[in-house]
Every structure is written in structure tokens, then in C-alpha cells.
Design a protein. Sequence first.
Lengths: 340, 288
Amino acid sequence: MNLISKELLQAKNEPLNYFNKNSLIIIGLVVLGLFLYPFISPSKFALHLLMMIFMHAVMSQSWNVLAGFSGQISLGHAIFFGIGAYASGYFYTKFQITPWVGIIIGIAISAFVALLIGIPMLRLKGHYFAIATLLIGISFQVIFQRWSEVGGSAGLYVPINRDSPWLSMQFHKSKVSYYYITLVFFIITFFLVWLLNRSKLGYRLKAIRDQSEAASSLGIHVSKYKVIAFIISAMIMAPMGSIYAQYVLIIDPNNTFSVDISILVLLISVMGGVGNIWGPIIGSSILIPISEFSRIYFGGTGRSIDLIIYGILIISICIFRPSGIVSLIPKSFREREKAK
Amino acid sequence: MTSQVIIQAIISGILMGLIYALIAAGLSLIFGLMEIVNFAHGDHLMISMFSTFWFWMLFGIDPIFSIPLTIILMAFLGVFTHYFIIRKILNSTMLIQICATFGLAVTIRALAQFFFTPDFRTIKNPIIQGKLEIYGIFIGYPQLFASFICLFAFILLYLFVTKTETGTALQATSQDRQAAEILGIPSNKMFALGWAIGLSCVAVAGSMLSNYYYVFPDVGVNFSLFAFVAVALGGFGSINGSLIAGVIIGIVESVGGLLIDPSYKLLYVFAVYLLVVILRPQGIFGRY
């Protein structure tokens, strides 16, 4: 019992994981600002950039839920991104089912796949699990490249529909609607993860992460909860795939099931701070602008300057500040609270 | 399908497997020493292939003569990597270690793309070329030569680790770091040596591969995946295990491709990994 209550105390003392009055006001203002932002008619690029930041923050949060809550490191999270993209795209292309339903189908399939992968794989420890997910992620890519029903390696082209933008979830005139959709998903996801962090389930998961033997001796079913964390994580990832597919309207296995996505979500989380719900936002706000701006200034000629910067940043973070950039902030918060 | 075709597939599988084995041995050695999986291993292979390519392109040195140069280069790179990156993350969590080597992989690959462009290159007219025919079975000389050199390097590595004093010190460090330090074995130097040897293995494999394989920035990806599988199959940290495992993987790859469908080659090897880690997590020769 001792260990769990210690964990509870620690969680309560993590300043950024609970809100006091001031931080609630700040968050409220930021959210309001983000909602009002399109009214000052910003450039298309600004909307695109913010959208990408939200999207990657959610994707990375999905990874962070698994790593931060259960301590398992997945190197194949693009699986669920790809499933989300293919679910909405395939059902819209073949059966004219609206992508809104497609998103839900994608979430359901992802959860099911996470269950199937999770039960045998989550018993593996450390490197074995990481490498297994890496290999499974690539297997999905190989299978979708050869699967002619979903377009093989050429992928699916979502048919253009100009008559009913909301029903077909395609907005050709402006990016504002896409912006709002991702913003809403972003806020919902972070609210749910925040709730999870404070819930009984969250405490159990963290107990497993820190002291799995102690947790198991207290009657917590370790592998069951790890699978649950994996499923939650997959369900967060899938809608982002669907939204991305509706945004670019082309779904191909090389982009959606790409190892690069799996690695990017990991790097964003580590950059921001693993296990902290603000980590993904911070990491994504730093890394995504780098890649978007480098694409503007250097062009997308395969001369991957953004990746060079990413790599060097990540290595430096690992060496100098392994707990991520977020660890720079709480310190000052903590000091201020003490002063009170 | 005649038996000849199957024998052909098995032989080319063994030849390729010996190369996988040497790459995996380097990975396994590093893991055994400090419990760090070098996710940049494939990219180190890519560097050594490019190094061989540039020695040939700029100075006209044939791959079989540039092996020592590439080994020296990669050994220095290994020590350098250890000194500037790995040394600082030795006591970090596994996640940070994975991230650091992944970051290294991303950086190396991006730098290679930046400087060398993603083009495919080949070494034209190397000294060793042509093929051998025995009873209707074809074996390319470059492949045969590469496997022999890899096997030879493997034997040297094995003798070094088991018979020499430094090798024994290396083993001692990998078994118990603290105890070895008490006996006066500087673990930091041993780690640096481990990285130098690990990357030298890759250097040999890389220079031999570039005799007949395309050289491009992403070339290491599949090799490193197969090396992970080989290391898991042979048992993390077991060098002998990686030899057998490498050969098994080579055979699974080529025979599976022949019997079922060559476009799913990767999946057969991955299936082997998943089966092994679920059924026998310590691998064939695992020490756990």
C-alpha cells in the first residue's frame, strides 16, 4: 500500500498535472484565443502550421499515454494512424459512408488491432517490445502495399465532393474548418488524458509503470492494464489518421504507415517530456515549425535539413535534459508555490 | 520446382546470412556490454558502404583493399560516438537510450541524404566479379567472397573475445561492470573498445556488400532490422548465437521468398522474431 500512496502523493505534487485557479484562467484564455484566431483572417500557412501542431500533439499524446502510463515504448504507432486513414478513406471511397462514421470505424478497428497485438506483445519487456512494434509496424506497411482492395502501393484517392462539404468532410475553399476540427479533437484528447491522469485507472497504470511487481502483489492485473493503455493509445491515434486523410485526400501506405511517423511521435514526446501531459504540446510546438519552415526555405527536395536539426536536437535533449523541455517549467512553478 | 532451385535458394541464403551474422555480432557485442541497442547500426553500415564507395570513386581503391581503411574509419567513429553520446546516457532510462541512438540514426541518414543525395550508386568493375557454376547452381564470386571475409572476421572476433586478455576483460565487463572495475578493468575504455569493435564488424560487412549491392542513404534500414531479429534470435549479448541466427534468417528469407512470395520476404523474418520472443524470449543461446 505504501508504494501506491507514495505514487499518489507524487502525482499530486506534479505541478503541471493539476490545475490551480491561475493556470485554469490562462488555459481558458489560450483556448479562447485559438478559437477566435481564424476571425482575424490569418494566412493559409499559419492555419496549416497550427493544424499540424495540434495534430502532432495529439498523435504524440497517444504515444505518451502508452509510454508515460505503462512504460512500454512503442516504435510502431503509425499502425493506428494508417488504420484511421484507411478506415475513413476506404469506406468513403467504396461505400460513400461519411468520414465522420469512418472515424468511429477507424477507432473501433484500431482498438481491436491494439487488443490483438497487445495481448501477446505486452508481455515482452523493454527492447523486445520496442523492436516487436517496429517490425509489426513495417509489416503493416508491407501488407497494405500489396493489398489490392485498398489500392496497393498507389493508395486510395478520396473522390472529390464539392456539394456537401460537412457530410464528406472535405473543405476545398478554406482551411478554417479543418482547423476547427483538429482544434476540437486536440482539446477533447487533452481533456480526456487529463481525466485519465487523475482517475483510478491512471494511478493503477502509473503504479505498474513504476513498480510492476509491487502493483501486481496488490492485486493489479498488470498485463490487463497494459493492454488497456495500449488500446486507449490506439484510439487516440486513429482519428488523426482519418483527419489527415481527409486533409490531403490521398492515402498511400508509404506515408500513412511510415516508420517516420512512429519515430516522430516518440521524438516529440521525448522533446517535450515523457509522461507529462504537456510534453507533447511543447514538443510539437518546437519540432513541427522546424519541419514546416525548413520546407519553405529549403524546399522539399529530399535534402532533409529538418531531419538533421531534429536529430541533433533529440540527441542534445537525451544528453543534457532527459526529462524533456517541460522539466524547465515546473521548477519555477514549484518555487513560486513554495513562496506562497 | 526442382531440388536445384531449392539448393540454390539455401546457398544464397547462407551466403547472405553470414553477412547478417557479422552485422548482428557487432550489435550483440555492444548490447552485451552496456545493454544499449544501437538503433543506428544500419546507418553505420550505410556509412561504411559509402566510405568504400568514395575510396573507390575518388582514389580508385578497390573494395577489397579499402577494408582496412574503412575499419579504421569506423573504429574511430565508434570511439567518437561512445565518447560524445553514449558515455553520457549510460545511466539514463531505456527510453532515453533508444531515443539517443534513434536520433543518431535520423541525423546520420539525413546527413547522408543531404551530402550524397538519395541516388543509388554502384561500384563499377570491382576486381571480384563474375559467377561460379556447379551442377547448375550459380554462385556470384562477390557474394561468395563477401561471405568468406565475413566468416573470417567473425572467427577473428570470436578468438579475440575468448582468447586474448583484452577480450576476456571485455567479457568480464559485460558480465558484471562493478566487479570488473574492482579488478582494475576500466569499464569506460572497454565500452569504447566495444563500440570500436562493433562498428568494425559493420565496416567489414559494409565494404564487402558494396561490391555488389546498391549504395544509397536508406540502404541500412533492412539490414538493421534483420540484425535486430538475429540478435533476438541468438540471444541478446551472445556473439555465437548471432552467427547461427544470421544464417537462419538468411535461409528463411531466401527460401520463404522462393516457396511463398518474394514480396513478403521481410514478413517471414519478422514472423521468426515474433515466434522466438514469445516462445523463447532468451533466444537460442541466451544467457538469461
